[in-house]
Design a protein around this ligand. Structure first.
Ligand SMILES: *Cc1c(COP(=O)(O)O)cnc(C)c1O
Length: 349
């Protein structure tokens, strides 16, 4: 097959990824710091994220499904991987074959693992108030887990990105479960939970979004570095006379004779119309190019009137500071990353 370069790319900053993990590891105190790499490493590419973080010393990784786990084989030396969604009946072949632990998430899954797991170690999720996945606290404390080889007992915070009373409530519930259920390690905090302080760290933390440049809470501001830099190539630069419009629905009209750069990216790449609704844009050689008109499926337009000699083939760097872009677009930082589509080449510096 011939190699065809993509006109869209994500520049990915390995040093920033590793620096973010180191900051989160330091904030986790004596607890180990793992990494959530579900949804293909939040869109960056799980295999590369795992390789870079494993080289930096990260040992504990989490994916959502067995298909994601299988895609990460073989694992780097000394690394452990857990599947957050546990084991359904159709997962047992994968669960018995792969060197990966399920995070058992219901009494039915516990029974399934006892019957067919051949005494292998597992992780267990206890629900302390989110009502998503996990055994209820009273189920976990009823003896239902006796005799299982539990490597890590987990719970997950529902509101750690807010100053909510729910955080202290979940912490107290998790402490009670920890007294009652024997496991080698206990783990509660995601990125935002790490920011809540040392009480939440226990033996292992599980950041995701902050590794990839998201700021989960104010405590992380100024410490978390941007990792993902989307870039798109210009297809053509057009002269648009004053008074003519650009794009579907003619939502932008040139206020003066304008130069318009049309680039290779659209909502099919995760760059949704709501990005454009409230401003934003791109930059080229230090000049900013405001986004104009509606985002098409594969195309997007910028006002390049003040961008000098910009021309076909030039690369534009999108404004993609995650906290700012989230506020502007109304999308979460998580949606901004995981939505970035398959047409972007992922290129690590
Ligand atoms: C996704 C996830 C994480 C990571 O959460 P962030 O908010 O991205 O840090 C940790 N634990 C569980 C159970 C998760 O589902």
């Amino acid at each position: 097959m011939i190699e065809v370069p993509s006109p869209l790319r994500l520049r990915l900053d390995r040093d920033a990824l590793v620096a973010n993990w180191r900051w989160l590891a330091a904030r986790s105190g004596p607890a180990a710091c793992g990494a959530a790499v579900k949804a293909d490493g939040y869109g960056l590419g799980a295999r590369a994220v795992m390789r870079h973080l494993a080289a930096a010393g990260c040992r504990d990784f989490f994916v959502a499904t067995w298909a994601e786990a299988a895609a990460l084989m073989p694992l780097p030396e000394g690394v452990s991987l857990s599947v957050l969604h546990g084991v359904g009946a159709s997962d047992m072949v994968a669960a018995r074959t792969l060197p990966v632990r399920p995070v058992l998430a219901s009494l039915a899954q516990v029974a399934r693992w006892r019957e067919a797991g051949e005494g292998r170690p597992c992780d267990v999720m206890v629900d302390t108030g989110m009502n998503r996945l996990g055994l209820r606290v009273e189920e976990a404390m009823s003896g239902a887990l006796d005799g299982l080889r539990i490597e890590t007992l987990l719970s997950h915070l529902a509101s750690a990105d807010e100053d909510s009373d729910q955080n202290a409530g979940q912490l107290a519930a998790f402490r009670a479960v920890r007294e009652a259920v024997l496991a080698r390690r206990y783990s509660l905090a995601n990125s935002a939970g790490i920011c809540l302080g040392a009480d939440y760290a226990f033996d292992l933390t599980r950041p995701g979004i902050a590794l990839y440049g998201g700021t989960p809470r104010g405590e992380a501001e100024g410490h978390i570095r941007q990792v993902v830099y989307p870039e798109t190539r210009i297809l053509q630069v057009r002269d648009v006379p004053a008074g003519e419009s650009v794009g579907y629905g003619a939502t932008w009209t040139a206020p003066r004779a304008s130069r318009v750069a049309v680039a290779n990216m659209g909502y099919a790449d995760g760059f949704l119309r709501c990005h454009a609704a409230a401003g934003g844009g791109a930059s080229w050689q230090g000049r900013s190019l405001p986004l104009i008109g509606r985002v098409s499926m594969d195309l997007i337009a910028f006002d390049a009137s003040d961008a000098g000699a910009i021309s076909e083939g030039d690369w534009l760097a999108l404004d993609y500071d995650l906290p700012q872009t989230a506020v502007r677009s109304g999308l979460s930082q998580y949606e901004l990353l995981t939505g970035l589509g398959k047409r972007f080449a992922r290129i690590w510096d």
